[in-house]
Design a protein around this ligand. Structure first.
Ligand code: PLP
Length: 347
């Protein structure tokens, strides 16, 4: 498998292609960063304050939380901790229901694991029977995302329970909750009952901290002890540790963004209905839109106006689809206007 190619560095326009919060972080974060002292930057960072703040926000004891340098690092830690085979042992398997966040594929390959893809239903309803059928004695990780990226569709928590019961001893179910704030659904309250489940969260999306790189893994203390071995010692820097504490003290900022996301999605759904374009109702801050053979023209037409959308048409089950972040209402209106312009200009 080739390596992961980052999307091109497009910072000269409207970035609706990476599900970021285009309104940015809380002003309290900027104040906290400005307050950082030279000596604090000179020392390796302490994590107790940031861990306690995150644990408080997630309503779990601090020993359930491991901070990571973005959830990307948490996913890599899970792959490294669980998918490396012992010398002479069988190759270990990661199950990924598709379409999925592509990093699962690449990290599985980096760790030497075998990728077992489960193909999607046409309506993207969760393929529980197929995932259960894909489990073998060599399964070590099942990567789930709730709500999913790139579809925005959620999965029933009952499916997570069923998979956690079905995986072999020594395997984990990794529930990526990068977009949980938008869905208001989490598996975290069940982690004590399911020590083989790890939840991953990020502060890149709803909190607008993608540039600072901070997320966390949450799980049973024994499971956290195992996975911490695969997380670099001081991977979260002092700026991110300060920023997350400030961000979590300003949940009004989060609420304001959540309101805009809801309004943006309603605007985009209405536009798609007007234009006769298919879409999937999303529990996230983005929407997967299927404009079929018009998708390419929309993505290119928007690009020409420096509005960046993500063509997802090569992802499993996503032929003819693009993904658009639906956050700040004014930004969504601009993207919809371009979409309408391109489609009305088309013969
Ligand atoms: C499903 C999913 N998981 C994880 C991430 C990565 O998050 P982070 O910015 O915390 O590395 C993303 C970012 O797009 C994502 O969509």
């Amino acid at each position: 498998m080739s390596h992961y190619e980052k999307p091109p560095e497009l910072y000269d326009g409207l970035r609706l292609h990476q599900n970021e919060n285009t309104g940015g972080c809380s002003p309290r974060v900027l104040e906290a960063l400005a307050r950082l002292r030279a000596d604090e930057i000179g020392f390796y960072p302490p994590y107790a304050g940031a861990t306690a703040a995150v644990a408080g926000y997630l309503d779990v004891p601090p020993d359930r939380v491991t901070l990571v340098n973005g959830l990307d690092e948490g996913i890599m830690a899970a792959a490294v901790a669980y998918l490396r085979a012992d010398a002479g042992g069988p190759v270990l398997e990661a199950i990924v229901p598709e379409p999925a966040f592509e990093i699962f594929r690449f990290d599985t390959a980096v760790a030497g694991g075998t990728l077992v893809q489960v193909m999607p239903h046409p309506d993207f309803s969760f393929p529980l029977a197929e995932v259960l059928a894909a489990i073998t004695p060599n399964t070590r990780v099942v990567f789930l995302t709730n709500p999913n990226n790139p579809t925005g569709v959620g999965m029933p928590l009952e499916a997570i329970r069923a998979i956690a019961h079905a995986v072999p001893p020594g395997a984990i179910v990794f529930v990526d909750e990068a977009y949980a704030e938008f869905a208001r659904v989490t598996f975290i309250p069940e982690l004590d009952a399911f020590p083989n489940v790890i939840v991953g969260r990020t502060f890149s999306k709803a909190f607008g901290l993608a540039g600072l790189r901070i997320g966390c893994l949450v799980g049973h203390p024994a499971t956290m002890d195992d996975i911490r071995k695969a997380v670099p010692v001081y991977s979260v820097n002092i700026a991110a540790a300060a920023a997350i504490q400030a961000a979590l003290q300003d949940l009004d900022h989060l609420d304001g963004y959540l309101r805009q996301v809801a309004e943006s999605k309603a605007l985009l759904y209405a536009a798609c209905d007007r234009l006769g374009i298919k879409y999937w109702k999303s529990l996230s801050n983005f929407v997967l839109v299927c404009a079929g053979d018009r998708t390419d023209a929309i993505v290119k037409g928007a690009f020409a106006k420096r509005i960046y959308l993500r063509d997802r048409s090569t992802e499993p089950g996503c032929a003819g689809c693009l993904r658009m972040a639906t956050g700040i209402v004014d930004h969504t209106r601009r993207a919809i206007a371009v979409m309408e312009e391109v489609l009305c200009a088309a013969p």
